[in-house]
Design a protein around this ligand. Structure first.
Ligand code: G
Ligand code: G
Ligand code: NA
Ligand code: MN
Length: 253
C-alpha cells in the first residue's frame, strides 16, 4: 500500500518517465521500431521496477491516468522523431483495464489527433488474455483500432492460451515471442522446436513475428533463420531515455 500512496504522487510529481527499447530488423540490424517502457524515478534513480508498481497501478485503477499519460507521451515522442527525420513506429503496452474501458477508442483517437501522429506510427501491444477474453465486443474494438490504421501486436506470445488457429479471427499484425522461449532456444531442443513451429505457423497466417529478450548472437541468428522479422533485447539495446535512442537513430548503420 506504500507503493500505492507514492504512485498517486508520481504523475503530478513528474516522477514517471518513458524509456525506449529498440526493435531491429532481423536482417539489416537497423532500428525499425521502439517499445515505450514506463519508469518511476526520483533523481534519476528507479524507485520501483515496473513489475512491482504496474500491478499496483492496475489494482488501484491508477493505470488509467498513468496509461493515458504513457500513450500521449509516446505519441508525442514518435512525432518528434518523425519531425527529426527518424520515422519509426512506437509500441505502447496497454493494460487490460485501459483496454476494457468504454472510452478507450475515443481516447486513442484523441491522443493521435492531439499529437499529430499518423496512426501507422503507433502500435499497441496487447496480451493474449485481453484479446481472448472479451468475445464479440473485443473483436469489434480490435477491428475499429485496426481500421483507424494503428498496428496491433500480441505481447508475451506463447505463455497464455491463445491457440494459433484462433488467431486468424483477430486483426492482429504481429506476435511477440515471449522471452521465456528465447531464453532456452539454444540450450533446450524442445523449446527450439516449439518456437520454430510457432513462428512458422504465425507466418503462414501472415503475421509478423518479433522475438523479445534476445541476449546472445546465437539466439538472434536462430530466430532470424526461424523467420522472425524483428528482434528486440539487450543484445541490440537496453531500454533507454529518448535522447539516447535518438543518438542511435542518427548513427549510420
Ligand atoms: O520495463 P520492464 O522492462 O521492466 O517491464 C516490466 C513489465 O512492465 C513488462 O511486462 C512490461 O510490459 C510492463 N510495462 C512496462 N511499461 C508499461 C506501460 O507503460 N504500461 C503497461 N501496462 N505495462 C508496462
Ligand atoms: O512484458 P514486456 O515484454 O513488455 O517486457 C519488457 C521487459 O523485458 C522490460 O522489463 C525490459 O526491460 C525487459 N527486457 C527487454 N529486453 C530484455 C532482454 O534481452 N533480457 C531480459 N532478461 N529482459 C529484457
Ligand atoms: Na511489451
Ligand atoms: Mn513482452
Amino acid at each position: 500500500r506504500r507503493i500505492e500512496t507514492g504512485l498517486r504522487q508520481a504523475l503530478p510529481g513528474n516522477q514517471l518517465k518513458l524509456h525506449y527499447q529498440p526493435k531491429v530488423d532481423a536482417h539489416s540490424g537497423r532500428i525499425v521500431g521502439a517499445e515505450a517502457l514506463l519508469r518511476w524515478q526520483l533523481n534519476g534513480r528507479d524507485l520501483y521496477k515496473p513489475d512491482q508498481f504496474i500491478p499496483v497501478a492496475e489494482d488501484s485503477g491508477l493505470i488509467l491516468p498513468i496509461g493515458a499519460w504513457v500513450l500521449r507521451q509516446a505519441c508525442r515522442q514518435a512525432r518528434m522523431w518523425q519531425q527529426a527525420g527518424h520515422e519509426i513506429p512506437i509500441s505502447v503496452n496497454v493494460s487490460p483495464l485501459q483496454f476494457q474501458h468504454a472510452d478507450f477508442y475515443t481516447w486513442l483517437d484523441d491522443v493521435l489527433e492531439e499529437a499529430g501522429l499518423e496512426s501507422r506510427l503507433l502500435e499497441l501491444e496487447l496480451t493474449e488474455r485481453m484479446v481472448m477474453s472479451g468475445g464479440e465486443a473485443t473483436t469489434g474494438l480490435l477491428q475499429r483500432i485496426k481500421h483507424r490504421g494503428v498496428r496491433l501486436s500480441l505481447d508475451d506470445f506463447g505463455t497464455g492460451y491463445c491457440s494459433l488457429s484462433y488467431l486468424k479471427h483477430f486483426p492482429i499484425d504481429a506476435l511477440k515471442i515471449d522471452r521465456m522461449f528465447v531464453r532456452d532456444i539454444i540450450s533446450d531442443h524442445d523449446t527450439a522446436t516449439i518456437t520454430s513451429a510457432i513462428i512458422a505457423m504465425a507466418r503462414s497466417l501472415n503475421k509478423d513475428v518479433i522475438a523479445e529478450g534476445v541476449e546472445t548472437r546465437e539466439q538472434g541468428s536462430f530466430l532470424r533463420h526461424a523467420g522472425c522479422s524483428q528482434l528486440q533485447g539487450f543484445l541490440y539495446g537496453m531500454p533507454m531515455p529518448a535522447s539516447e535512442l535518438q543518438k542511435l537513430l542518427a548513427e549510420p548503420v
